[in-house]
Design a protein around this ligand. Structure first.
Ligand code: UD1
Length: 342
């Protein structure tokens, strides 16, 4: 049987690279489109070290429609697209809203339009639990209301989902799935790929591992006066390899025609809430390092607590997380040590 070819946009990035690996391990042909804005081409070699095969990489910007068309002319046999490529820094998006709206939405619309015109039938979108804001009910399921976005970044995910929903509802034989991620952490067990933020990390786990490595003086815990058992915020942290596997499952669901409607949405999380202080303790346990941290003021815009009800994804996709928090923390730490030696 001919292998299905999947376009992974942003395939050299954190979640994209892990997904490329899982797709290749499952026998898919992977082509990557990436402008390397926030990643490096060497990731392709590392994917090749893990899988034994180098995915094709085309370096261009998806906002450039002519380049996208030339790329799709070259790869006429793509059967599905997984779209990761986007700007993702929440804080930066507040200062550069137009850059965020233009980059994240123009690339999305270019892809959807090209898909329609060329009859590429399947699309998987990288969305976020940020669309729920602070939910009224926990755990949060897919039917919870979407709340006004707290940042331009979050708004690009909300608007992105709406654009996809409306495009799919026209009924031209194209289908899409939006995957709403909770907090992806960790790295591939090979330690060859992982999360590599530019500059000072905004996210918790890269900040923890960089502090442990000595690149940061201390971790600031943003608040311990929340209405939670230990006072720190609660999130649903899932291993990035589990998350990557969900993308393979979603693509297969579309390819096999198992989707119930032309547009579906799934929460991807463990279903378990973990506090910042618990996350720190997990890191300390697996690394044997005592982390230098300090409680500070709350971070503006932070949500107090959120965790997923993943039962719809469990049932419909047959997917669930298998890795523990400790396993995820250990792989994050192994990756930090690997990458600093490069
Ligand atoms: C953030 C974004 C979310 C985005 C996600 C991408 C906000 C409000 N939300 O999620 O929209 O989809 O990143 O990864 O920015 N923390 C500390 N000290 C730190 C860093 C974080 O205590 O130095 C705490 C935070 O207060 C939070 C938890 O760790 O409680 C997780 O933070 P983070 O990794 O930034 O993720 P989110 O805020 O959940």
């Amino acid at each position: 049987m001919r292998k299905n070819k999947i376009l992974v946009t942003g395939g050299t990035g954190y979640i994209g690279s892990h997904t490329a690996v899982e797709l290749m391990e499952e026998g898919f042909d992977v082509v990557i489109a990436d402008n390397l804005y926030n990643s490096e081409a060497v990731v392709i070699d590392r994917i090749a070290s893990i899988t034994g095969k180098k995915p094709a990489l085309s370096v261009f910007d998806l906002c450039d429609r002519e380049k996208l068309d030339a790329f799709l002319d070259e790869h006429g046999d793509i059967s599905g697209i997984i779209h990761f490529a986007a700007y993702k820094a929440v804080g930066e998006s507040v200062h550069k809203p137009l850059e965020y709206y233009r980059n994240n939405l123009v690339s999305l619309m270019n892809l959807l339009d090209a898909m329609k015109k060329r009859g590429i039938p399947h699309f998987v979108f990288s969305s976020s639990c940020t669309v729920y804001g602070q939910p009224d009910k926990l755990p949060v399921s897919e039917d919870a209301p979407v709340k006004p976005a707290m940042s331009p970044y979050g708004n690009t995910k909300q608007i992105g989902e709406e654009i996809i929903r409306d495009t799919m509802s026209v009924g031209e034989g194209i289908n899409a799935i939006s995957l709403r991620y909770f907090n992806p952490i960790g790295a591939h067990p090979s330690a060859l790929i992982g999360e590599l933020p530019r500059g000072v990390p905004e996210n918790l786990v890269p900040f923890i591992t960089q502090t442990a490595y000595g690149l940061r003086k201390e971790l600031k815990v943003f608040g311990n006066d929340y209405n939670t058992p230990d006072g720190s915020c609660i999130r649903d942290y899932l291993h990035v390899v589990d998350l990557a596997k969900a993308h393979v499952t979603a693509v297969k669901r579309l390819l096999e025609g198992k989707n119930k409607t032309s547009y579906e949405v799934f929460n991807l999380g463990t279903g378990k809430g973990v506090s910042v202080l618990e996350a720190i303790r997990s890191f300390e346990r697996v690394s044997g390092i005592s982390l230098n941290y300090r409680i500070t003021d709350r971070r503006e815009g932070d949500i107090e607590q959120i965790w997923a009800d993943p039962s719809y994804a469990n049932k419909e996709l047959g997917w669930r997380t298998v890795s523990t928090l400790d396993e995820a923390m250990l792989t994050a730490w192994e990756w930090e040590k690997y990458i600093r030696k490069q």
